[in-house]
Design a protein around this ligand. Sequence first.
Ligand code: BGC
Length: 512
Amino acid sequence: MPAEGSTGFSGPQYPGRITSSVIIACCVASSGGLIFGYDIGISGGVTSMDSFLSKFFPSVDQLEEQGTSSSQYCKFDSQLLTLFTSSLYLAALVSSSVAATVTRKYGRKCSMFLGGLTFLVGAVINGVASDVLMLILGRVLLGIGVGFTNQSVPLYLSEMAPAKHRGTLNIGFQLMVTIGILIANLINYGTAQITEGWGWRLSLGLAAVPALIITIGSLLLPETPNSLVERGKNDQAKRILVKIRGVADVHPEYEEIVAACDEARAIKHSWSNILKSKYRPQLIISSLIPLFQQLTGINVIMFYAPVVLKTIGFGINASLLTAVITGIINVGATVVSILLVDRAGRRPLFLWGGIGMFLCQVAVGALIYAQFGVSGAGTVIKKLAAPVLFFICVYVAAFACSWGPLGWLVPSEIFPLEIRSAGQGITVSMNMLSTFAIGQTFLSMLCYMKFGLFYFFAVWVVIMTLFILFFVPETKNVPIEEMMLVWSNHWFWNRYIADEDIIGNRYSNYGT
Ligand code: BGC
């Protein structure tokens, strides 16, 4: 029963090809991922710069310089320092539910624009910050921006793309996230060399560049046909559909969107409706996938790679450089997932990625144990650094082929129109909440759980891989407004789908 290798989907495929206008629109929209990625990459590097620490977090700086911490594992354990990184995620958590309403009522473009603009203001405040308060205020604005763009961009991409290429085009978002992280890592590597101590200002202030790209880009984009129909602009929707599909006859797909929209209109309150039994599969999957994505432990590497590597004995430059290397691997492996996602499907990538991450976490935990033991008092054994780095790189590659892109793709493609925007809001909130929790607790967890932390994440990877195996059906090639058929065909989720959800409505023609 859990054999879900193929979609089992017997519904329609609509005419159309992948056109240059859809590619351009998706590339521009994906740039929304740049701001998210830039921030992920920049915070880790900045929080390991001495000039930044001594200005805003003098206690951490002293602890580190005097080497007064009794354990290597606890060198950087400061709640205020982690709050700097994770405050953004709290703000994004709250703003993504507001974004859900804006996206539904005023369109996907509007949310992207607002997100870009708020992020821009936050970047400027951070670049000129003179105290911790300004720093945190700036980060809250960045967070609001990320909440808006992460809510609207994946949804925009999934709606614009033809079903057969939805995976590829949607992962454009994650590709931009990884490019943002890499650029940030490179910038940090450069600004760390500025001896006058203002390098961190440049790192934080330059976030304005990706913010400008998505702010201006969003003004130039076409709106999605689904959102236009949702807001009663049917003629415009048809014109855009003809343009992006590259065929004159878009009637079947247009009719499908209109039908989905009529159903959506009958539902007034998407937030309360999402709790109905027939949406249970989507609700559970779209809440658990972002939670699991964070429980892979990826942001331990993304936020704290320089700090972790410094902890295990790399010099500051070596650790920033290593962050650059993992950044390059992250981008490269995301490209691999783009090539595979619509051919192999989502499930094989999830499963293989999970196995790869598990093996690497076990290996890194063992190597760090060998180096520092349980007390953390050991000294650095240089020859262990290379294998640690090797396994970290393979781990990042496994994540970037699987949970990285799919953690955003799958939730954005499984909701029916009537609850899509609210559903995506839940996904972003869940992702941000879990990122916040891990960002906020990681340095303390490292201090208390020591090398065991890597085993903690490894156990979660086993749990999430089993979850995919049994509960997440294949969604490749299924048109977005036809997704209900996937649940009704699934060995477990079909119990939530009543006959009247399928028979008697528009799905009944397609041999379920
Ligand atoms: C995740 C981020 C992570 C990034 C790494 C994204 O999909 O949501 O939390 O830092 O991938 O590439």
